[in-house]
Design a protein around this ligand. Structure first.
Ligand code: CP
Ligand code: NVA
Length: 313
């Protein structure tokens, strides 16, 4: 990693993202160790979580370290206490902090005032830990990261931004179909397109779901209404009505395409009822891989051990 903070996929390089995937694969085999003995990770969350919280806490325990969870009511960043002060205080107690927040800016202010590494556990703009787990899952199921295409259907949200950037860095083709008004941010799209050009792949955005999924290797979707957008749910259900991933849309992808979703899923909205239980779905492998991917991230940030470059294709 460029620095020891992990706030965005853009903190990684093409090499370091592949190294993390390689390291996660090895750590999945290895299981428990004492690599992070004596280290403490604080989880400071302003939004709910199942996977991110539990996978980080279990990852720390499996690596011999410890974790401590602070719920949305407890700290009240920027209300009860200023973000810089909270960063300075936590730097005196913990080895690193993983923050789930409404604004990427909160992460940046916190990181600028902390002496310890800061990890983005989801913000309005990005979900980088999810993207590492996603690339790991794709690599496991496709046994390569070469000559692959991801088709993302739905909101140009945090999950889409991080996966799009990661795909560009990994040389994976990426197409995203979103309705007008819900596209990925232009600046992030441009960055991902630049990464893709540097790695001999392409990234494109369209309004046509069929164009996004035709002949792809991976079909990916996420909720139409992210945490914090609940007031827009009705309007979003209307805007996204023709963007549901169902068996008809999935059939346009390659016959061996895998279906992915970061979860939690809204069955009957972005994904047809029961589709995540179909043979093409890898969503529960993907959820498990959050833990393995985060072990690699934590090892890199806190373990002091150099990640070896992978020799996979
Ligand atoms: N995928 C994911 O981040 O899940 P949680 O919101 O439950 O952590
Ligand atoms: N886009 C979703 C992802 C949840 C893991 C959200 O931000 O709520």
């Amino acid at each position: 990693m460029k620095s020891k903070d992990f706030l965005s996929i853009s903190d990684l390089t093409s090499e370091s993202i592949r190294s993390l995937v390689s390291r996660a694969t090895a750590m999945k085999e290895e299981g428990w160790s004492s690599l992070l003995s004596g280290k403490i990770l604080v989880l400071l969350f302003e939004k709910p979580s199942l996977r991110t919280r539990v996978s980080f806490e279990v990852a720390m325990r499996q690596l011999g370290g410890q974790s401590l969870y602070l719920s949305p009511e407890e700290v009240q960043l920027g209300k009860r206490e200023s973000i810089p002060d909270a960063a300075r205080v936590l730097s005196r107690y913990a080895s690193a902090v993983a923050i789930r927040t409404f604004a990427q800016e909160t992460l940046e202010i916190f990181a600028n005032n902390a002496d310890i590494p800061v990890i983005n556990a989801l913000s309005d703009l990005e979900h980088p830990c999810q993207a590492i787990a996603d690339i790991l899952t794709i690599y496991e199921h496709k046994e390569t990261l070469e000559d692959l295409t991801i088709g993302f259907i739905g909101d140009g949200n945090n999950t889409a931004h991080s996966l799009m950037l990661a795909a560009g860095l990994c040389g994976i083709d990426f197409r995203i179909a979103s309705p007008k008004g819900y596209r990925v941010q232009d600046e992030i799209l441009k960055t991902a397109q630049q990464y893709a050009a540097d790695n001999q792949s392409t990234v494109m955005a369209t309004e046509d779901p069929r164009q996004a999924v035709t002949a792809v290797d991976v079909v990916y979707t996420d909720v139409w209404t992210s945490m914090g957008q609940e007031a827009e749910a009705k309007q979003r259900r209307k805007a996204f009505a023709s963007y549901q991933v169902d068996s008809k849309l999935l059939a346009l992808a390659k016959p061996d395409a895998i279906l992915m979703h970061p979860l939690p899923a809204h069955h009957g909205e972005e994904i047809a009822e029961n589709l995540i239980y179909s043979p093409q779905s890898v969503v529960f492998d993907q959820a498990e891989n959050r833990m393995h991917a985060q072990k690699a991230i934590l090892a890199d940030i806190l373990g002091g051990s150099e990640i070896l470059l992978p020799d996979f294709r």
